[in-house]
Design a protein around this ligand. Structure first.
Ligand code: HEM
Length: 124
């Protein structure tokens, strides 16, 4: 498959991922029942799987042995981990809100890494 097409799928999935994350984090902080809907629970997993598969495919196509790709994978694991605190495991609305802000900051870091091809992200 064409590199640019996969890159566009990857970037679209990244955009959808953060939009859905912000919506779910808001519902989590406000303890909304909407968070329990089946579609709300499954759609983000579909999007994030597409995001990851497209990213791994791109990495394989350009050669994955680059520090910035490793930085993205590690940061993605933190994004997921902190994200589940924001949406699931955080005990109080305040702790879920703080986790949500950290997850968003990690996402912004990842986009900087992607654009600059450098683990220093926006500071590169
Ligand atoms: C939350 C997670 C991620 C986000 C938000 C994200 C975001 C992006 C963005 C915005 C671009 C386009 C950069 C540009 O050229 O302007 C990109 C490209 C890319 N991403 Fe990701 N990405 C994520 C995860 C990953 C992962 C886990 C991998 C590898 C396993 C990966 C590998 C790549 C590769 C190889 C490119 C192509 C770079 C290029 O052609 O210039 N991404 N990503």
């Amino acid at each position: 498959m064409n590199y640019l097409l996969i890159k566009n799928i990857h970037m679209t999935a990244a955009g959808l991922s953060i939009v859905f994350f912000v919506i779910r984090a808001y519902w989590s902080i406000t303890s909304s029942a909407l968070l329990q809907k089946r579609l709300v629970k499954t759609l983000p997993h579909v999007i994030d799987t597409v995001l990851l598969l497209a990213g791994v495919t791109l990495a394989a196509m350009i050669g994955p042995e680059q520090p910035w790709i490793l930085a993205k994978i590690v940061a993605l694991l933190f994004y997921i981990g902190v994200g589940t605190i924001a949406i699931k495991h955080g005990k109080t609305p305040a702790s879920r809100a703080i986790a949500a802000l950290i997850a968003i900051a990690i996402f912004i870091y990842i986009v900087g890494v992607a654009i600059h091809h450098n683990p220093m992200s926006w500071l590169a």
